[in-house]
Design a protein around this ligand. Structure first.
Ligand SMILES: Cc1cc2nc3c(=O)[nH]c(=O)nc-3n(C[C@H](O)[C@H](O)[C@H](O)COP(=O)(O)OP(=O)(O)OC[C@H]3O[C@@H](n4cnc5c(N)ncnc54)[C@H](O)[C@@H]3O)c2cc1C
Length: 638
């Protein structure tokens, strides 16, 4: 088998090849930052990162998602692709770009209206106006609805008064806050008259002429585990007054006289609609995690075809690491999963583009996008953490030296599992979508509401929809063997793999629904019921997202023309599917879908596939086209 690597790169880069190449060129041009990150003190490193972000803004790569009239590129899909590619390089630069253009810029663009766009976007897109996205507080990160910061409307002066009532309501971990931010989009509880209208966003100056603004207090968060080129900080507001127009008013406004108005009546729905517009950040971080994993795998794979250790098959020469079955088992399924996640990310990026470009604007698609973005982000970032660790170990002691990249990769990507939504919290969001089938009530439901909804209304439909009986009917059309499909089908049949993952997903989901219903029928407190089944909920969400990931991979392979590239990706797809089933074989056996004999044959097949993929492993990682300057590791990659 001879892979056509440039053709594979073209397939992976897809419609965004041009912007990805622009980013690759920029990464190579500024590659010295990888070494500077180790050498400069915190202040100098932060300034260097800021300067690079501004320089990159000048090339257009960071503004792809903004309207052209403000100097942007007007292409949301391209902006995500650019961000993903940037993850090959220094991740402080990536995260600073994310804070400035994704979070700060995204909030102004999505939550603001024309007056905010005209006032800020041009300077923001050019990198002249740096800003923060100040949502999280020390007391509340995941539970944004419970934020403590208050924005009280003063009709006499037509201003909002922003206040931090206590230390638990101070803004915390806020990127761009400690040094570079001039403005902050501050999320606060809006109070008008004697009513609280829930969380809204306000544009608040935090620095004027380089000095911290009156009434604002800022503290540096100090050294972090990684990402030390980003200036994270804490912010307190002491009765800071901003004009009425500072409210980002796309979904709600306060009239000069002090009347609250919103196009969305239900407060819960309003809140989730507002947050939903910010989903792009989540899509970006998921894609960045997947690409950071590619850097680690590229280094470890290239090292494994150069590094020899112990004589094994020859008396005269030691064995290459990648010729050991164990090393293949450690790295090659991770390469397969990276490809799978890459294609799943393609799907979610396209969905994001379509929803936000007005191609598919309906509510159902929005909810589906939100759930899919949450799931892909969680799986992509967990994958990064796991893969980078495995690759570091696969490079032995050399993997521990900073020049070989793993120190920064590990430290900088670790937090990807937490910011832009904690992964475990996100997986519960995925399950919520599934259990309610993205019903129109979806956004109105808090956790307790969801339990009630599922138990009162949806449980029958969930169980009906996911009944093993129906699934078997569907499977029967695709696979031989009737009820014995899981015994009769070929182990390398993609329809078999899909049927297995669908069975697991549907079984888990209906199990969750039944358990929720049983708890409620027994009059147990709904919160307690949910808490007891939470591990099951997250497992169901994981099963769902893995099924989506496999589907994306299978569909991609099926769309390819015949040839060696297709054959290679088909093998890789089988490897992903079978290693995924293998990893959960206890569950499949517990639920009667895997005999001992077949389970063993799957493990054997995973080994076979690893051996088949071994000769093309380097081509597979080369196809990601990580610029050689980003790999560094002079002694590892040659
Ligand atoms: C480097 C860095 C940069 C950041 N940048 C920004 C920024 O620019 N702007 C901004 O607004 N924020 C930012 N954040 C904050 C980040 O988004 C939050 O840390 C994140 O949302 C998690 O919130 P938390 O820290 O309060 O964790 P918590 O919500 O307290 O979570 C702690 C643990 O509890 C678990 N948990 C929480 N709720 C549940 C539940 N219902 N069921 C089961 N388990 C649960 C979680 O899974 C997690 O493991 C940043 C953070 C860091 C570290």
């Amino acid at each position: 088998m001879a892979l056509d690597v440039p053709a594979l790169t073209a397939l992976l880069d897809g419609e965004h090849a041009e912007v990805r190449d622009l980013v690759r060129t920029n990464l190579a041009a500024y590659s010295s930052v990888l070494e500077e990150a180790e050498r400069l003190d915190t202040t100098a490193y932060r300034d260097r990162v800021r300067d690079l972000v501004v320089e990159m803004a000048g090339t257009g790569q960071t503004g792809m998602g903004f309207p052209q009239e403000y100097g942007g590129g007007g292409d949301i899909g391209a902006s995500v692709a650019a961000f993903e590619t940037l993850a090959y390089g220094d991740l402080s630069v990536l995260v600073k770009v994310g804070v400035q253009f994704g979070l700060f810029g995204g909030a102004i663009l999505q939550l603001g209206t024309r007056r905010h766009h005209d006032a800020y976007l041009e300077d923001l897109v050019a990198g002249r106006l740096m800003g923060c996205f100040a949502m999280t507080e020390t007391g509340h990160g995941s539970n944004v609805q419970a934020l403590g910061t208050v924005a009280r409307y003063d009709a006499a002066t037509q201003e909002f008064v922003i206040t931090t009532p206590d230390d638990s309501a101070r803004k915390d971990y806020i990127g761009n806050a400690a040094e570079h931010g001039r403005l902050a989009v501050v999320f606060a509880q809006l109070e008008v008259g004697d009513r609280s209208e829930g969380v809204h966003a306000f544009v608040v100056p935090i620095r004027v002429d380089g000095q911290v603004a009156p009434g604002v207090r800022i503290e540096d968060d100090g050294r972090k585990m990684g990402l030390n080129g980003v200036d994270n900080g804490r912010i307190w507001f002491d009765h800071v007054r901003v004009p009425r127009e500072a409210l980002l008013d796309r979904f709600a406004d306060v009239t000069p006289e002090g009347v609250y108005e919103s196009s969305v009546d239900n407060p819960n729905r309003r809140f989730f609609t507002m947050l939903g517009t910010l989903v792009q950040g989540r899509v970006c971080v998921g894609g960045a995690g997947i690409n950071a994993a590619k850097v680690a795998l590229a280094i470890a794979t290239k090292y494994a075809v150069r590094r020899r250790q112990f004589e094994a098959t020859s008396d005269t020469e030691e064995e290459l690491l990648l010729d050991y079955g164990l090393h293949q088992r450690r790295l090659l399924p991770l390469i397969a999963r990276t490809y799978a996640l890459h294609f799943a990310q393609d799907v979610v990026r396209t969905q994001l583009h379509d929803v936000f470009s007005g191609v598919r604007e309906d509510e159902h698609h929005r909810r589906e996008l939100e759930a899919r973005a949450a799931g892909t982000k969680a799986l992509g970032t967990w994958h990064a953490t796991r893969t980078i660790q495995e690759c570091r170990e696969a490079c032995g002691g050399a993997g521990y030296l900073a020049v070989n990249r793993f120190a920064a990769l590990k430290a900088d990507t670790d937090i990807f599992t937490t910011f832009e939504g904690d992964n475990h919290v996100l997986m519960q969001l995925v399950a919520k979508g599934l259990l309610t089938d993205y019903a129109s009530e979806f956004e109105d439901l808090d956790q307790l509401g969801m339990v009630r909804f599922v138990t009162n209304l949806a449980v029958e439909t969930v169980i009906e929809r996911t009944s093993a009986h129906k699934l078997l009917e569907r499977v029967r059309d695709l696979l031989p063997g009737g009820d014995q499909w899981d015994q009769e089908a070929g182990v390398l049949d993609s329809d078999y793999h899909l049927a297995m993952l669908r069975f697991r997903e549907e079984h888990m989901l209906s199990g969750v629904a039944r358990r929720l219903k049983r708890g409620i029928d027994q009059k147990v407190n709904p919160g307690k019921v949910f808490s007891h089944v939470q591990d099951h909920v997250v497992a169901a969400a994981n099963a769902h997202v893995e099924r989506l990931v496999l589907e994306a991979f299978v569909e991609k392979v099926r769309s390819m023309p015949e040839g060696d590239n297709r054959t290679a990706l088909a093998q890789l797809c089988d490897l992903f599917a079978l290693s995924t089933i293998e990893a959960d074989r206890a569950w499949f056996m517990e639920h009667g879908r895997l005999t001992v004999v077949r389970s063993k044959s799957i493990s054997r097949e995973v080994g076979e596939l690893c051996r088949a993929v071994r000769p093309i492993a380097v081509d597979l990682v080369d196809a990601w086209a990580v610029p050689v300057e980003m790999l560094r590791s002079p002694d590892l990659v040659g």
